[in-house]
Structures are given as C-alpha cells and as structure tokens.
Design a protein around this ligand. Structure first.
Ligand code: SF4
Length: 434
C-alpha cells in the first residue's frame, strides 16, 4: 500500500519513517527488513571539544524541551486544539472538548510503562505504553504521538483514549503511517456520512465520526485491502478519484500526501510550506508553526511569533527560513526536537565542526539547506510536478474554521507564493533559475 512506512527499532521500541510511502518502495522490492550491527566507534576530529559542546548544549535543551520529556509530543494536544492547530472532523470543525480525554497527560497517566530515548538523546520524548486490559487491550509498545492523537482522536472524533492507543499500536504493527491512515479513515467517515460510500463498501461497518470500533476495524481493512480499505490503502487522493461523486472536495492532501496535523489556517506560514514542500504536505520540511507556539530562533531574527493569522510577506519568509534550517537536519541525522530545545544554527555548526574538523558557518549551513531544497525541487520538476501543484485543498483555502481561536482565518496563498518564489530567487512559475 502507498501509505506504508518503515518501522525502525527493536523489541517494544519503534520509530517510524512513516511519511511519503517509503515502506511501499521497500515492499515493491520484496524487501522485508534490514538488520544492522555495528562493531566500531565513530571517530571525532576533536573528541574533547565535541563532548564539551554536547554537554553544554544538552543542559539548555533539557530545560527548554522539558515538556517533551514529561509527556512526549502528545502532551501538546490540548494546546494545539486551543490554537486551532489540531484539525478536527476531517478539517471541518473548529473546536473539540474530547481532546481533554485523549491528551498526553491522560494517556500517559493511564498507560505509560516507561520513558524511552533514542541513542544518546538528552530529551527522551518517547513513552512506552500498554493498555493492560479491557476492550481495547494492546501489547506493550511505542507511545502515541501528537499526530496520532490528532488523527485517531480529533480527525475521527474518537475520545476514548484506549481506542486511540490501540489504533496507534495497530498502525505500528502493520507498518502504516498513522497520519495518512487516520486521514484516510476521517475522509472515509465523511464520505460515509455524505452517502458517497455505504455499508456495502465498508463491510457492514457504521463508519460514522466518533465510532471507535468502526475506526479500528477499518485500520485492519486498510492493512489487508478489504472493502473500502482497498482504495484507502493508496491514500485519499486515489480513493477520492475512485469513489468520485464530489469526494475530491474533502480529500485533504498536497501532491498526493495527506496533510499532517498542523492547520495552515492557524499558522499561515504552514500554508506556504505545505504548498511548496517537496514530498507533498510535510510539516517536517519546515516546522515553522513552532514560531507561532513561541519557540525562539533569534539567530534567524525570530525572538517573537510572527502574527500567525495574517497572510503577510513575513509568513513566506518564515517558511523559507525554516525550510532551509530544517533542510540541514535530515542529512546530518539530527533530531529536530533540539530546535524545541532552542538550538540555533550556530549550535549545529559547532557540533559538525568539532566532529568533522570543518570550519563551517551558520550561513553555509543555511545555504546547504537551501541547496538541498532546490535540488529536490529540480527532481520534482523533472518528474512533471510544477507550480500548478503548489497549492492546498479547496477546503483549506475557502472554508475557515467555524469557531475556536483560529476562526475566520484563511491563507491568501496566491500572494504568499509570489513572495515565496521571489525570496527563493525562482521565476514566477516557481522554477529555480541557474
Ligand atoms: S532523539 Fe528526538 S525523537 Fe528520539 S527520544 Fe530524543 S527527542 Fe525524542
């Protein structure tokens, strides 16, 4: 299926390279697993200086990312709902009381068995969970991230925290991207309520918003390509195309990838980012919504949030700056949560220089991120993706959230893209010049 991810880890500890269908690529090659065993230690250009730098940065990161250490990403669910950042009911609602029942504090009070850390991490945002008994029992496994709470909670309108935990567990065990899977199910719930699909398509399931049992059954149907799950396994764009009857209007994706759970109507820079991100709607290519939450990035000039509801040129610049900064993280193999811990480009550069003996500067790091972004853009253009694909679903351009903190705001995307292409030095068709 096209919404398959790659699961990494061992035993109960799982991290997911979930997005963009990379699991489908491996699956298409009949590649089931890769096992890695290391026997050597990495060499450092200046080990003592590297260690001292890590120690110093870790002290700051631990202070500023303490919330992630305590309750993981799911700890931010209630705040996200308040900001209007969490999408609800397939992006059609503005607020949701149910978030209080599924947010990180409730989830981990009930089901956490221990904290988990990626190798050498100073934060430890991972939470191992187990639902020990009851209707929605799970084996011990990786915790439930913010995106997963938003998808199987807010998007599907399910406020049973055990059911949301089981949904997460099923996706991890089947190797499914929880964002795309929950998005596909919320899309199918709307299609069901609108009469575009019926019980004949769902295998008898009453696939209405809030029906936890139907949601869980549909995850299995997607994994095994049964009934409506066969169409949903290829994502909402493919399912909408197959079902027709107006379903395209509420299939929420960009370039075929389901939009992650940070509403561009709450943080307008994310509208620019989703429209231009190279692998389709991807929050990780920018993460500029963190600016709206007050995460400072003073080295790039961000000490205060850019007013988040206004489609100003500053929003396009925010998207460019974060895309360039984040563009350096993946090739370095660093966790982006150190930015929540207030790591600036100069901090990343210091680590690289001590490790590799380079004389890198912040400007060179940002320029490298920009070059990588542009290279990916070039590859996309070669495969026929163009500025015409730099857009958002109609719902997010024409239907404001009806209530809540972000009520009434919509991104003025055309004007934002003109500014974005100008800042990037691309032509008016969004094509990088020499
Ligand atoms: S490296 Fe990042 S994802 Fe892994 S536990 Fe630490 S903060 Fe979380």
């Amino acid at each position: 299926m096209k919404i398959a991810g790659i699961m990494a880890g061992a035993s109960h500890y799982v991290r997911a390279a979930a997005r963009g269908g990379m699991g489908a690529v491996l699956g298409s090659k009949n590649l089931k697993a890769i096992v890695v065993r290391g026997t050597q230690r990495p060499q450092y250009a200046d080990k003592n200086a590297f260690r001292a730098e890590v120690k110093s940065q870790n002290a700051d990161i631990k202070v500023h990312a303490a919330g992630l250490a305590e309750l993981g990403t799911a700890g931010g669910a209630e705040t996200a709902e308040w900001y209007g950042d969490m999408p609800l009911k397939n992006w059609s609602a503005g607020s949701w009381d149910g978030v209080k029942k599924v947010t990180g504090s409730v989830l981990y009070d009930a089901f956490k068995t221990r904290d988990t850390f990626c190798f050498a991490c100073p934060i430890g945002c991972g939470k191992e969970v187990e639902v020990p008994d009851g209707k929605y029992q799970t084996p011990r496994g990786e915790g439930v991230e913010y995106e997963t709470v938003s998808g199987f909670g807010g998007m599907a309108q399910v406020d049973d925290v055990a059911a949301v935990t089981l949904a997460s567990s099923l996706c991890n065990r089947f190797g499914l991207d929880t964002i795309s899977t929950s998005s596909a199910i919320a899309f199918a719930m709307e299609a069901f309520e609108k009469g575009i699909i019926s019980r004949a398509d769902t295998g008898g399931l009453d696939l209405t918003f809030g029906n936890a049992d139907a949601m869980l059954a549909m995850i299995e149907k997607i994994a095994f390509r049964q009934d409506a799950g066969d169409a949903l396994a290829d994502g909402v764009r493919a399912a909408a195309h197959r079902w027709g009857n107006g379903a395209e209007a509420f299939a929420i994706h960009v370039k075929g990838m389901e939009i992650p759970y940070h509403d561009p109507r709450a943080f307008i820079s994310m509208a620019v980012n989703y429209a231009t991100a190279n692998r389709g709607a991807c929050h990780l290519e920018s993460l500029s919504y963190w600016n709206g939450y007050g995460v400072p990035l003073p080295e790039l000039g961000y000490t205060e949030p850019v007013p988040p509801h206004e489609s100003t040129p500053a929003q396009a610049k925010l998207a460019v700056d974060y895309q360039d900064y984040m563009g350096a993280f993946n090739p370095l193999g660093l966790c982006k949560f150190i930015v929540k811990g207030h790591a600036q480009p100069r901090d990343v550069v210091a680590l690289v220089n001590h490790a590799l003996g380079w004389q890198w500067t912040s400007e060179e790091l940002m320029a490298t991120g920009a070059r990588l972004f542009r290279l990916k853009r070039r590859i996309n253009l070669r495969y026929g993706i163009s500025a015409a694909d730099d857009t958002l679903p109609v719902r997010l351009l024409t239907e404001p959230r009806p209530d809540g903190h972000a009520a009434g705001t919509l991104p003025q995307l055309d004007a934002l893209l003109v500014e974005y292409y100008r800042l990037r030095g691309w032509d008016t068709n969004g094509t990088p010049t020499d």
